[in-house]
Design a protein around this ligand. Structure first.
Ligand SMILES: NC(=O)C1=CN([C@@H]2O[C@H](COP(=O)(O)OP(=O)(O)OC[C@H]3O[C@@H](n4cnc5c(N)ncnc54)[C@H](OP(=O)(O)O)[C@@H]3O)[C@@H](O)[C@H]2O)C=CC1
Ligand SMILES: N[C@@H](CC(=O)OP(=O)(O)O)C(=O)O
Length: 367
């Protein structure tokens, strides 16, 4: 259904509605031009209660009025049968089975969970980078036994991968392939959900380990920055143009906003200058913008001039967290170029990504 083909708003469900990502979905969908929240799902601990009673609300804005008295449902597809789209912020322990049941019930699922990111026919989409990967959805539906009419699963990326691939894509579009990336992350505690990291572990401290995170960044980058085959049935995972990524991930005492220190080298010589890279970052645009997706940021990448920016406390809410901040673009004496990235892990790193992916899917007639 395309936006112009439909004058009514599409009904959406939120799975994992009581969690950190679920709460952000509710805030960002409060007065959405295409979508209206119709059903909320969480675990059996929450099911049967009005949302206001089930949730431990941790956001700086109040719970949207329309959601307060909605009764939380168990995550069973039958309870969401009137929905056109389902957003998932489910814990990965349960997301696999539940998202499969929903897609097989012919619901369009946009997921934040890691479970299907590596699946061969599931697009892994950062909406500021590779919305063209949605083109595999008809094949995903056709390969299901029996074929699905409307159901599918689309995932968005790990929150640190998301911040990283946006500037990498802008730079590759301008200067050709990047062959090596070294990235060190400083990740906010909200990335671990609620209650997340114990206060006694994170106050006055840096924890140099986040389980599974480095492997995700190192693998997901190739799927996102890779191509889709001409018959729209597979992803190339950069087999012919490898991009080697080395990631080190740390948890730091910041509430929201993942900061990443990135060094890159180019396949072609000579490499661009820092000034050329800054210009490429500033002028980068994406398909979500050209299609007019309402949640897409006006500027995909904001390049900071100040020598001490971006900073999470000052820059994480720029454009409601939908864009990416880059600063300190400079020569790297070991690789070619290095810079700092800051992205809002609960916005473009999670809920906002799913929402823009769904907007683009709707504008392209995939939903
Ligand atoms: N936080 C972040 O920055 C990011 C998170 N993600 C991913 O998004 C997902 C959600 O993360 P986050 O919001 O942080 O996690 P939370 O722990 O805050 O929330 C988890 C949600 O899953 C629900 N849930 C747990 N068990 C079940 C079950 N058995 N059946 C149905 N629902 C269940 C919980 O419901 P209940 O309240 O009833 O227990 C809750 O709504 C995860 O997969 C995470 O990896 C991705 C990118 C960024
Ligand atoms: N691991 C991330 C958040 C997350 O949930 O990642 P993923 O969606 O890849 O499991 C963090 O701790 O900041």
């Amino acid at each position: 259904m395309t936006a112009s083909a439909s004058s009514r708003k599409l009904k959406v469900g939120i799975l994992g509605a009581t969690g950190t990502v679920g709460q952000n979905f509710l805030l960002k969908l409060e007065s959405h031009p295409y979508f209206v929240v119709h059903a909320l799902g969480a675990s059996s601990r929450s099911a049967g209660q009005p949302y206001i009673k089930a949730v431990r609300w941790k956001q700086a804005y109040p719970i949207p009025e329309s959601a307060r008295q909605l009764i939380v449902q168990e995550c069973k597809a039958v309870q969401f049968k009137d929905c056109d789209i389902v957003f998932s912020g489910l814990d990965h322990d349960v997301a696999g089975e539940i998202e499969q049941e929903f897609s097989e019930a012919d619901l369009a699922v946009f997921s934040n969970a890691k479970n299907y990111r590596r699946a061969a026919l599931v697009p892994l989409i950062v909406p500021l980078v590779n919305t063209h990967h949605l083109d595999i959805v008809p094949h995903q539906r056709a390969q299901h036994e029996p074929p699905l009419k409307k159901g599918f699963i689309v995932t968005n990326a790990n929150c640190s991968t998301t911040g990283l691939v946006v500037p990498l894509k802008a730079i590759e579009d301008a200067f050709g392939p990047i062959d090596r990336v070294i990235v060190n992350t400083m990740q906010a505690i909200s990335g671990a959900g609620y209650p997340g990291v114990p206060s006694l572990d994170i106050f006055d401290n840096v924890v140099p380990f986040i389980s599974g995170e480095e492997e995700k960044i190192e693998w997901e980058t190739s799927k996102i920055l890779g191509g889709i085959s001409s018959d729209l049935t597979s992803f190339d995972l950069r087999q012919n143009q490898p991009i080697r990524v080395s990631a080190t991930c740390c948890r730091v005492p910041v509430l929201d906003g993942h900061t990443e220190s990135v060094s890159i080298s180019f396949a072609k010589r000579p490499p661009p200058t820092p000034e050329q890279v800054e210009e490429a970052l500033r002028s980068y645009t994406c398909e979500a913008q050209s299609l007019g997706a309402p949640s897409a940021p006006k500027a995909v990448i904001h390049v900071h001039e100040e020598p001490d920016r971006p900073q999470p406390r000052l820059d994480r809410y720029f454009q409601d967290g939908a864009g990416v901040n880059v600063g300190r673009v400079r020569d790297c004496p070991v690789l070619d170029i290095k810079f700092i990235v800051l992205s809002n892990n609960v916005a473009i790193g999670a809920a906002t990504s799913s929402i823009i992916n769904a907007e683009v899917a709707m504008l392209k007639g995939v939903v």
